[in-house]
Write a protein that binds this ligand. Structure first.
Ligand SMILES: Cc1ncc(C[n+]2csc(CCOP(=O)(O)OP(=O)(O)O)c2C)c(N)n1
Ligand code: SF4
Ligand SMILES: [Mg+2]
Length: 268
Protein backbone atom coordinates (compact mmCIF):
# COMPACT_ATOMS: atom_id res chain seq x y z
CA UNK A 1 0.00 0.00 0.00
CA UNK A 2 1.32 3.46 -0.89
CA UNK A 3 1.50 5.66 2.16
CA UNK A 4 0.07 9.14 1.62
CA UNK A 5 2.55 11.68 2.87
CA UNK A 6 1.82 15.38 2.96
CA UNK A 7 4.33 17.89 4.19
CA UNK A 8 1.74 19.46 6.53
CA UNK A 9 1.69 16.29 8.57
CA UNK A 10 5.21 17.07 9.76
CA UNK A 11 4.08 20.43 11.07
CA UNK A 12 3.31 20.41 14.75
CA UNK A 13 -0.07 21.75 15.97
CA UNK A 14 2.04 24.07 18.16
CA UNK A 15 2.71 27.11 16.01
CA UNK A 16 6.29 28.41 16.09
CA UNK A 17 6.88 31.09 18.68
CA UNK A 18 9.74 32.66 16.72
CA UNK A 19 9.58 36.40 15.91
CA UNK A 20 7.63 37.25 12.73
CA UNK A 21 10.12 37.31 9.84
CA UNK A 22 12.70 35.06 11.55
CA UNK A 23 14.65 32.91 9.09
CA UNK A 24 13.93 29.79 11.12
CA UNK A 25 10.45 29.49 9.56
CA UNK A 26 12.14 28.87 6.20
CA UNK A 27 14.40 26.24 7.74
CA UNK A 28 11.60 24.15 9.26
CA UNK A 29 9.62 24.51 6.04
CA UNK A 30 12.57 23.02 4.14
CA UNK A 31 12.85 20.27 6.74
CA UNK A 32 9.13 19.33 6.45
CA UNK A 33 9.41 19.19 2.68
CA UNK A 34 12.62 17.13 2.73
CA UNK A 35 10.94 14.60 5.05
CA UNK A 36 7.89 14.45 2.80
CA UNK A 37 9.86 13.97 -0.40
CA UNK A 38 11.84 11.13 1.18
CA UNK A 39 8.53 9.76 2.57
CA UNK A 40 9.99 9.45 6.06
CA UNK A 41 7.54 8.20 8.65
CA UNK A 42 6.95 10.69 11.44
CA UNK A 43 7.60 8.00 14.04
CA UNK A 44 11.04 7.34 12.53
CA UNK A 45 12.32 10.92 12.84
CA UNK A 46 13.97 12.43 15.90
CA UNK A 47 15.18 16.02 16.10
CA UNK A 48 17.60 16.82 18.91
CA UNK A 49 18.32 20.43 19.84
CA UNK A 50 20.33 22.41 22.36
CA UNK A 51 19.33 25.79 23.81
CA UNK A 52 18.54 28.98 21.90
CA UNK A 53 15.72 30.09 19.62
CA UNK A 54 16.95 27.24 17.39
CA UNK A 55 16.55 24.93 20.38
CA UNK A 56 12.77 25.16 20.07
CA UNK A 57 12.79 23.44 16.67
CA UNK A 58 11.73 19.93 17.83
CA UNK A 59 8.57 21.45 19.35
CA UNK A 60 7.45 22.53 15.87
CA UNK A 61 8.01 19.18 14.16
CA UNK A 62 5.29 16.58 14.47
CA UNK A 63 7.58 13.67 15.31
CA UNK A 64 9.89 12.74 18.17
CA UNK A 65 12.22 15.37 19.60
CA UNK A 66 14.57 16.12 22.43
CA UNK A 67 15.29 19.66 23.67
CA UNK A 68 18.55 19.05 25.54
CA UNK A 69 21.13 21.29 27.26
CA UNK A 70 23.05 24.20 25.80
CA UNK A 71 25.58 22.86 23.28
CA UNK A 72 24.63 19.22 23.69
CA UNK A 73 22.53 18.32 20.68
CA UNK A 74 25.42 16.45 19.01
CA UNK A 75 26.31 14.05 21.85
CA UNK A 76 22.65 13.27 22.58
CA UNK A 77 21.94 12.71 18.88
CA UNK A 78 25.03 10.49 18.68
CA UNK A 79 23.86 8.31 21.57
CA UNK A 80 20.41 8.05 20.06
CA UNK A 81 21.73 7.03 16.65
CA UNK A 82 24.03 4.41 18.18
CA UNK A 83 21.07 2.92 20.07
CA UNK A 84 18.57 3.16 17.18
CA UNK A 85 20.33 2.98 13.85
CA UNK A 86 16.98 2.67 12.05
CA UNK A 87 15.91 6.24 12.93
CA UNK A 88 16.57 9.42 10.95
CA UNK A 89 18.30 11.67 13.45
CA UNK A 90 18.67 15.43 13.07
CA UNK A 91 20.84 17.45 15.43
CA UNK A 92 20.11 21.18 15.30
CA UNK A 93 22.00 24.02 16.94
CA UNK A 94 22.53 27.75 16.72
CA UNK A 95 25.94 29.29 16.08
CA UNK A 96 26.43 29.94 19.80
CA UNK A 97 25.18 26.48 20.74
CA UNK A 98 27.22 24.60 18.12
CA UNK A 99 30.44 26.56 17.88
CA UNK A 100 30.67 28.25 21.30
CA UNK A 101 29.64 26.21 24.32
CA UNK A 102 29.18 23.01 22.26
CA UNK A 103 32.16 23.53 19.97
CA UNK A 104 34.10 20.63 21.46
CA UNK A 105 31.65 18.06 20.09
CA UNK A 106 31.98 18.91 16.43
CA UNK A 107 35.46 17.42 15.75
CA UNK A 108 34.48 14.12 17.34
CA UNK A 109 31.17 13.58 15.59
CA UNK A 110 32.96 14.39 12.32
CA UNK A 111 35.97 12.15 12.83
CA UNK A 112 33.77 9.28 13.99
CA UNK A 113 31.48 9.87 11.00
CA UNK A 114 28.28 9.35 12.99
CA UNK A 115 25.40 8.93 10.54
CA UNK A 116 23.30 11.96 11.57
CA UNK A 117 22.29 15.20 9.83
CA UNK A 118 23.46 18.33 11.59
CA UNK A 119 21.74 21.65 10.87
CA UNK A 120 23.61 24.76 11.99
CA UNK A 121 21.11 27.63 12.30
CA UNK A 122 23.71 30.34 11.71
CA UNK A 123 22.32 33.82 12.34
CA UNK A 124 25.74 34.92 13.66
CA UNK A 125 24.27 36.11 16.95
CA UNK A 126 22.84 34.82 20.22
CA UNK A 127 19.15 35.30 19.45
CA UNK A 128 17.45 33.92 22.55
CA UNK A 129 19.52 35.92 25.01
CA UNK A 130 19.01 39.20 23.13
CA UNK A 131 21.75 39.75 20.61
CA UNK A 132 25.19 39.08 22.08
CA UNK A 133 28.17 38.33 19.83
CA UNK A 134 28.63 34.69 18.88
CA UNK A 135 31.49 32.70 17.33
CA UNK A 136 30.36 33.73 13.83
CA UNK A 137 29.62 37.42 14.49
CA UNK A 138 31.72 39.49 12.07
CA UNK A 139 34.61 41.58 13.32
CA UNK A 140 33.49 45.13 14.28
CA UNK A 141 29.77 44.36 14.22
CA UNK A 142 27.94 46.16 17.02
CA UNK A 143 26.02 43.81 19.28
CA UNK A 144 24.45 44.01 22.73
CA UNK A 145 27.64 42.56 24.28
CA UNK A 146 29.96 44.69 22.11
CA UNK A 147 28.19 48.02 21.55
CA UNK A 148 31.27 49.60 19.98
CA UNK A 149 32.06 46.60 17.79
CA UNK A 150 32.97 42.94 18.11
CA UNK A 151 36.74 42.61 18.70
CA UNK A 152 36.87 38.90 17.77
CA UNK A 153 37.62 37.20 14.46
CA UNK A 154 34.69 34.98 13.45
CA UNK A 155 34.96 31.25 12.81
CA UNK A 156 34.26 29.93 9.33
CA UNK A 157 31.94 26.93 9.97
CA UNK A 158 32.49 25.34 6.56
CA UNK A 159 36.28 25.43 6.92
CA UNK A 160 35.97 24.01 10.43
CA UNK A 161 33.78 21.12 9.31
CA UNK A 162 36.14 20.35 6.43
CA UNK A 163 39.19 20.47 8.67
CA UNK A 164 37.51 18.19 11.23
CA UNK A 165 36.90 15.62 8.51
CA UNK A 166 33.11 15.79 8.05
CA UNK A 167 32.19 13.52 5.15
CA UNK A 168 29.41 15.84 3.89
CA UNK A 169 29.73 19.62 4.12
CA UNK A 170 27.14 22.00 2.67
CA UNK A 171 25.65 25.46 3.03
CA UNK A 172 22.04 26.50 2.47
CA UNK A 173 19.96 29.64 2.91
CA UNK A 174 16.76 30.07 4.93
CA UNK A 175 15.35 32.40 2.25
CA UNK A 176 15.45 29.62 -0.34
CA UNK A 177 13.55 26.72 1.27
CA UNK A 178 13.41 24.83 -2.05
CA UNK A 179 17.19 24.88 -2.43
CA UNK A 180 17.67 24.16 1.25
CA UNK A 181 15.25 21.23 1.03
CA UNK A 182 17.41 19.66 -1.69
CA UNK A 183 20.53 20.06 0.43
CA UNK A 184 18.81 18.59 3.51
CA UNK A 185 17.62 15.62 1.44
CA UNK A 186 21.18 14.99 0.27
CA UNK A 187 22.33 15.27 3.87
CA UNK A 188 19.76 12.71 5.05
CA UNK A 189 20.66 10.30 2.26
CA UNK A 190 24.38 10.68 2.89
CA UNK A 191 25.71 7.71 4.88
CA UNK A 192 27.83 9.48 7.47
CA UNK A 193 28.02 12.81 9.28
CA UNK A 194 26.31 15.56 7.28
CA UNK A 195 27.15 19.12 8.26
CA UNK A 196 24.81 21.80 6.86
CA UNK A 197 25.40 25.46 7.68
CA UNK A 198 22.25 27.50 7.10
CA UNK A 199 22.52 31.26 6.61
CA UNK A 200 19.57 32.88 8.34
CA UNK A 201 18.75 36.31 9.78
CA UNK A 202 17.84 37.26 13.33
CA UNK A 203 15.45 40.04 12.38
CA UNK A 204 15.07 41.26 15.94
CA UNK A 205 18.66 41.64 17.12
CA UNK A 206 20.71 42.08 13.96
CA UNK A 207 19.85 45.18 11.96
CA UNK A 208 23.19 45.55 10.17
CA UNK A 209 24.83 42.26 9.16
CA UNK A 210 22.88 39.15 8.27
CA UNK A 211 19.67 40.97 7.34
CA UNK A 212 17.23 39.67 4.71
CA UNK A 213 18.35 42.51 2.42
CA UNK A 214 22.02 41.67 2.79
CA UNK A 215 21.40 37.98 2.33
CA UNK A 216 19.19 38.48 -0.72
CA UNK A 217 21.84 40.63 -2.37
CA UNK A 218 24.75 38.34 -1.64
CA UNK A 219 23.61 34.72 -1.51
CA UNK A 220 24.67 32.88 -4.63
CA UNK A 221 24.53 29.35 -5.92
CA UNK A 222 28.04 27.97 -5.94
CA UNK A 223 27.17 25.34 -8.50
CA UNK A 224 29.78 23.16 -6.92
CA UNK A 225 28.64 19.62 -6.62
CA UNK A 226 31.78 17.87 -5.69
CA UNK A 227 31.20 14.19 -6.22
CA UNK A 228 34.90 13.51 -5.97
CA UNK A 229 36.33 14.53 -2.64
CA UNK A 230 38.36 17.63 -3.31
CA UNK A 231 39.38 19.32 -0.09
CA UNK A 232 41.43 22.02 -1.78
CA UNK A 233 38.55 23.29 -3.95
CA UNK A 234 36.18 23.11 -1.01
CA UNK A 235 38.50 25.07 1.29
CA UNK A 236 39.05 27.71 -1.38
CA UNK A 237 35.30 28.09 -1.95
CA UNK A 238 34.71 28.34 1.80
CA UNK A 239 37.33 31.04 2.06
CA UNK A 240 36.18 33.10 -0.93
CA UNK A 241 32.40 32.75 -0.93
CA UNK A 242 30.89 33.63 2.46
CA UNK A 243 27.38 33.54 0.94
CA UNK A 244 27.88 30.72 -1.57
CA UNK A 245 25.40 27.85 -1.18
CA UNK A 246 25.79 24.27 -2.30
CA UNK A 247 27.58 21.07 -1.43
CA UNK A 248 31.22 21.81 -0.75
CA UNK A 249 32.43 18.29 -0.10
CA UNK A 250 31.16 14.74 0.01
CA UNK A 251 32.96 11.47 0.59
CA UNK A 252 30.60 8.67 -0.36
CA UNK A 253 33.13 5.91 0.11
CA UNK A 254 33.98 6.45 3.74
CA UNK A 255 32.16 4.04 6.06
CA UNK A 256 30.09 5.52 8.85
CA UNK A 257 30.66 4.66 12.50
CA UNK A 258 28.30 1.72 12.75
CA UNK A 259 29.70 0.17 9.59
CA UNK A 260 33.16 0.46 11.11
CA UNK A 261 31.96 -1.23 14.31
CA UNK A 262 30.45 -4.08 12.28
CA UNK A 263 33.73 -4.42 10.39
CA UNK A 264 35.76 -4.57 13.61
CA UNK A 265 33.38 -7.12 15.13
CA UNK A 266 33.34 -9.36 12.06
CA UNK A 267 33.71 -13.10 12.52
CA UNK A 268 36.69 -14.03 10.35
C1 LIG B 1 25.10 26.53 30.31
C2 LIG B 1 24.35 27.73 29.73
N1 LIG B 1 25.03 28.85 29.48
C3 LIG B 1 24.40 29.92 28.96
C4 LIG B 1 23.06 29.86 28.67
C5 LIG B 1 22.37 31.07 28.11
N2 LIG B 1 22.08 30.93 26.69
C6 LIG B 1 20.91 30.42 26.26
S1 LIG B 1 20.79 30.37 24.60
C7 LIG B 1 22.32 31.08 24.43
C8 LIG B 1 22.92 31.38 23.08
C9 LIG B 1 21.99 31.14 21.96
O1 LIG B 1 22.58 31.52 20.74
P1 LIG B 1 22.57 30.54 19.50
O2 LIG B 1 23.11 29.22 19.85
O3 LIG B 1 23.25 31.24 18.38
O4 LIG B 1 21.03 30.30 19.22
P2 LIG B 1 19.90 31.27 18.63
O5 LIG B 1 19.15 31.79 19.81
O6 LIG B 1 20.57 32.35 17.86
O7 LIG B 1 19.08 30.36 17.79
C10 LIG B 1 22.91 31.32 25.67
C11 LIG B 1 24.25 31.93 25.86
C12 LIG B 1 22.39 28.64 28.94
N3 LIG B 1 21.09 28.50 28.66
N4 LIG B 1 23.06 27.60 29.46
S1 SF4 C 1 15.25 36.52 18.48
FE1 SF4 C 1 16.11 36.35 16.40
S2 SF4 C 1 16.58 34.15 16.16
FE2 SF4 C 1 15.19 34.37 17.91
S3 SF4 C 1 13.14 34.03 17.05
FE3 SF4 C 1 13.52 36.24 17.08
S4 SF4 C 1 14.36 36.70 15.04
FE4 SF4 C 1 14.53 34.48 15.33
MG1 LIG D 1 22.43 32.27 16.82
Amino acid sequence: MVRKVDFLQYRSPDLPTWCPGCGYFGIVDALYRACRELALKQEDIVTVSGIGCSGRTPIFINSYGFHTLHGRSIPVATGLKLAREDLTVFAVAGDGDALGIGGGHLPHVARKNINITFLLFDNSIYGLTKGQSSSTTPYEMRTSSHPVGNPDTPLNPIKLALAYGASFVARGYAGNPQGLKEIIKEGILHQGFSFIQILTPCVTFDKENRTWKNLKENVCDLNIRIEEKNMETAMRAAENEPYGCGIFFQDKQRPHYQEILRHLNRDD
